[in-house]
Write a protein that binds this ligand. Structure first.
Ligand code: ADP
Ligand code: G6P
Length: 465
């Protein structure tokens, strides 16, 4: 069995301080790394003089991280990753910043990763690179003489070709993907927009659905939707912590039904539109005030980036306006919490809710939607209201699918969900639950690594396209 090397900006391997891996991706990759005796490489999250990789082995999993100087963090992480690629790939051209320095920092940090990681690669290692922070890494590893099988997974949407044209040097970025042997996306939609770029911009061809050729180089590209660690999440929804939380939340509602949202505080999550949809519901259905309370949990994210400070200020003001306009002496329509919650507590909150409101304007997948489904009581499940622009909408077809830009559609969907009979709720929920269990994160990891292992190994490192 080959060793597995995972490379991503953020490393979530277990540590003595955080002994159980956090999040589905961390759990899936940790298990794989443990079985395959692998290493997880990435940024330490710390700013400081770049020294050497720090290796740490804990509970059978080895991670190796490096600090980055302040300028690199500003240009690579805050800059090119989160002020250029993230907004552009989420269709937000107006929020996208194009600075040559960002691109320089991005390439510099990717080159640094290639240089420090390549001496640790053994001939038969399978290498799996993750996400938009690391697109050129495969190319740079090839330049270090690495001929191993190399896979890349994009966790965010792939943008339409015309939008990508706005990125200076867009072609250089896409050409770098051809250094990988396998490229994965969450959905067919993102795969097909990638195909469109390759065919229209690069004169490439697509064969057998997953073989993409440009010039003399053929790679595989697949749609492979990530899942959650369903078994673990279902168990945590039944834990004491979850049951206590559920009881506590239900008690606090005085008979009202809970609508819940859980998101990083990110403009791509459509939180402003969600608040406006809820406000429309409250404005147009005064009789329903006695029936509902909304809880939005949104821990701040990427706070050094201006657009994230702006969305936070907008939501502070809007939540105040909603409560100012509609609160009663004994009722607050919107509870707005800027904090992360432990997973057991989160699972209890999902289970206490009658409606899960997951309304991103664009999202590569959205795992919160899957967690909400996994946490429900099979006898009396809540209703998922889901944006049609989330990758998860392709699998969770039992949800009420809505256009998140329309406050009226959102208000109608809330009303529809509140009035939905139990039989219909069960009939919609059951196939979604089966999908969340069947196509879980272990399934995802196995599928990707199996296809990667079956690709033909590059004979040499010159990969001009
Ligand atoms: P993204 O990766 O863009 O943040 P996802 O919905 O795919 O969006 O994944 C978010 C993950 O972070 C989920 O596992 C979710 O449970 C977790 N998460 C989000 N908000 C919170 C919170 N307030 N407390 C705890 N976990 C959270
Ligand atoms: C999304 C991205 C991940 C990223 C995560 C949290 O899921 O696809 O790559 O790690 O958001 O964002 P952060 O910037 O805090 O790592």
């Amino acid at each position: 069995m080959s060793r597995l090397i995972v490379i991503s900006n953020r490393v979530s391997a277990p540590t003595p301080q955080q002994p159980s891996a956090q999040g589905g991706l961390a759990v899936a990759l940790t298990a794989a790394l443990r079985e395959a005796d692998g290493i997880w490489f990435g940024w330490s999250g710390e700013t400081g003089e770049t020294g050497e990789l720090k290796f740490e082995t804990f509970d059978g999993v080895t991670s190796a991280t490096i600090d980055l100087p302040e300028q690199d963090v500003e240009e690579y992480y805050d800059g090119y990753a989160n002020r250029t690629l993230w907004p552009l790939f989420h269709y937000r051209l107006g929020l996208t910043e194009f600075e040559r320095d960002f691109q320089g920092g991005y390439e510099r940090v990717n080159r640094l990763f290639a240089e420090v990681i390549s001496p640790h690669i053994e001939p038969d290692d399978l290498i799996w690179v993750h996400d938009y922070h690391m697109i050129p890494l495969g190319w740079l590893l090839r330049q270090q003489g690495i001929t191993n099988r190399l896979g890349f997974f994009l966790h965010i949407p792939w943008p339409p070709t015309d939008l990508l044209h706005a990125l200076p040097e867009h072609r250089r970025l896409v050409e770098a993907l051809f250094a990988y042997d396998l490229v994965g996306f969450h959905t067919r939609e993102w795969l097909e927009t990638f195909h469109d770029y390759v065919v229209r911009e690069m004169g490439g061809t697509i064969e057998d659905d997953d073989r993409v050729t440009v010039g003399g180089r053929t790679i595989r590209a697949i749609a492979c939707p990530i899942g959650i660690d369903a078994r673990e999440f279902i168990a945590s929804a039944q834990s004491n912590e979850a049951v206590t939380t559920q009881n506590r939340v239900v008690e606090s509602l005085s008979g009202r039904r809970l609508i819940v949202g859980v998101d990083r505080l990110d403009y791509s999550k459509g939180l402003e539109e969600r608040f406006n949809g809820y406000l429309r519901f409250l404005d147009t259905r005064p009789d329903a005030h006695a029936q509902v309370t909304m809880l939005q949990i949104a821990p701040p994210s990427r706070a050094s980036v201006q657009s994230y400070q702006d969305i936070r200020a907008t939501l502070d003001a809007l939540s105040g306006r909603i409560n100012g306009a509609h609160a009663e002496i004994d009722w607050v329509p919107l509870r707005y919490v800027n904090r992360g919650l432990p997973r057991g507590v989160l699972a209890g909150v999902y289970r206490a809710a009658k409606i899960g409101l997951v309304t991103p304007l664009r999202d590569g997948m959205n795992l919160v939607a899957k967690e909400f489904v996994a946490a429900q009581d099979p006898e009396d499940p809540g209703v998922l209201i889901l944006s049609r622009f989330a990758g998860a909408a392709a699998q969770l077809t039992g949800a009420l699918l809505i256009n998140p830009y329309s406050p009226d559609e959102m208000a109608d969907a809330i009303e529809h969900a509140l009035n939905m009979p139990r039989d219909e709720r069960i009939a919609r929920w059951r196939p979604m639950f089966d999908n969340v269990v069947d196509e879980d994160v272990i399934w995802w990891r196995k599928r990707f690594t199996e296809v990667l292992a079956s690709t033909e190994r590059v004979a040499e490192v010159a990969l001009e396209v």
